[in-house]
Design a protein around this ligand. Structure first.
Ligand code: GTP
Ligand code: MG
Length: 435
């Protein structure tokens, strides 16, 4: 006797995989488990491969490929928001949208191909104006889905927040305070941080990825230069930029630092929070002055930058939250911070959480979170674009239908209607054994 066990039998097709399945539950001893496996293997069983159960379920049409991938996402979800996106995908919202598009396109393609069979007779089964309308509609849906990847990816891996500014402004101090641990080295020597440091943090159910960067300054030092190049790369990849400025500097320097930061950010796509740090060292009488001067300077600078990008200036309403003073309406705000003071950092954290909530849809919006889906959508979009051009230029039907087939292929590859063993192997090998 090895142990007392419970054996559960799941009869096909009402099991997870759709096949007859048995589950053996034993007591949690490693010895018992090992011994049991040995016995079973000796009786002709073999160990499951990574993701084999989910793969079998997919092959038995229990769900499609996006849903199988959603299971992997669900297992690895680290925040409420990423969990919600995975659940939406598991429920099949994304697949349904794709299937509707695909079946309409398929019908059109079949009609066009029928014309080819009757090419001598010069008939038109597929109404070209209907096809054009369908194309427009599909193309815009495909592009919307494709564009949702930036956000979807941010929700899954953390919304990237870059902490940037000149040296010694307190960036690393802020990172540490946000995380509540001494993650980055802090010192009063300018140029302490050389490389970027990334850590994730869950604020109110949304995952953020904070990136402390090398301070920006003119330097001949090779390594520091490389670090500063990385800083600019991180700024361009961030959704939220925390621009740190040393509040003890003369006003002209503060203004210049703010302008430098603003010019590196794309205010149409990124949110910028300018933080005048070391508030504890700013004298009260100077503060009021600074406030007024900064507001004026920033309004001008913001208008210049945003208007030069072709957008409207957003009216901003200032309000105070704890120690931190912000204007939220625009995508740019400025406020004061004392990175050394937990209360001040707490206010900032709440503010960042608020930005995050504004950025993440809380309804059942379909978001693309998977790189594979994103790539397929990109290819589908390209093929559809070719079909559209082909129709406009009146090129032969067989060429148009080839491009249509191509787009159908890419759309079908997402849900797994069209797959190769290689693709499946790739997807399921990322699952753990036993899943
Ligand atoms: N009084 C005061 N000092 C601060 C505050 N924030 C940071 N400091 C000090 O400023 C100095 C620089 O801080 P760091 O966090 O290393 O600055 P950094 O921006 O990461 O600097 P680099 O890595 O060199 O770019 C340290 O001596 C900090 O203790 C603050 O809010 N108030
Ligand atoms: Mg630093």
């Amino acid at each position: 006797m090895l142990d007392e066990a419970v054996v559960t039998f799941f009869k096909a097709p009402h099991s997870f995989t759709g096949e007859d399945t048995a589950e053996v539950s034993v007591h949690g001893s490693v010895y018992v488990q090992q011994k049991l496996l040995q016995v079973l293997v000796a009786q002709g069983c073999r160990m499951a491969e990574a993701g084999e159960f989910t793969r079998r379920a997919f092959v038995n049409r229990k769900f499609d490929l996006t849903q199988a991938e959603a299971i992997a996402d669900l297992i690895s979800s680290e925040s409420e928001a990423s969990h919600r996106v995975a659940i939406n995908q598991l429920k099949g919202g994304f697949s349904k949208e794709l299937q509707v598009m695909r079946s309409k396109l398929l019908e059109m393609t079949s009609l066009m191909e029928l014309e080819l069979d009757f090419s001598e007779e010069d008939v038109e089964f597929a109404d070209r104006s209907k096809l054009k309308a369908l194309l427009e509609e599909t193309l815009s849906k495909v592009n919307d889905l494709k564009d949702s990847f930036r956000l979807g990816n941010a929700i899954k891996n953390g919304i990237p927040v870059a902490i940037v500014g000149q040296t010694n402004t307190g960036k690393s101090t802020l990172l540490n305070a946000l995380l509540g641990e001494d993650r980055a080295i802090v010192s009063d020597i300018a140029g302490t941080t050389r490389d970027t440091i990334e850590e994730t943090l869950n604020i109110d159910g949304i995952l953020f990825r904070f990136i402390d960067t090398a301070g920006i300054r003119d330097t001949d030092e090779t390594i520091e230069k490389i670090g500063i190049e990385r800083t600019f790369k991180k700024i361009s990849e961030a959704d939220i930029v925390l621009g740190m400025i040393d509040g003890t500097l003369p006003f002209e320097d503060i203004k210049k630092a703010a302008e430098d930061i603003i010019s590196t950010v794309n205010l149409l796509e990124q949110r910028l929070m300018l933080l005048i740090n070391k508030e504890d060292l700013i004298q009260n009488n100077r503060m009021q002055h600074l406030d007024i001067e900064m507001s004026d300077a920033l309004r001008d600078c913001y208008a210049r930058n945003v208007v030069s990008h072709g957008a409207h200036l957003v009216d901003s309403h200032g309000y105070t939250l704890g120690d931190v003073h912000y204007s939220l309406a625009g995508l740019m705000s400025f406020g004061y911070l004392s990175a050394k003071d937990p209360q001040s950092v707490k206010g900032l954290k709440e503010q960042i959480g608020r930005h995050g909530r504004l950025m993440t849809p809380n309804d059942k919006a379909v978001l693309v979170t998977n790189m594979r889906h994103y790539e397929a959508l990109m290819h589908a979009s390209e093929s559809l674009q070719l079909v559209k051009q082909g129709l406009e230029m009146d090129i032969p039907t067989d060429l148009i239908s080839q491009d249509l087939r191509q787009s159908l292929y890419y759309l079908g590859s997402i849900t797994g209607e069209i797959t190769t063993d290689e693709v499946l192997g790739n997807i399921f090998s990322r699952f753990c054994i036993g899943k």
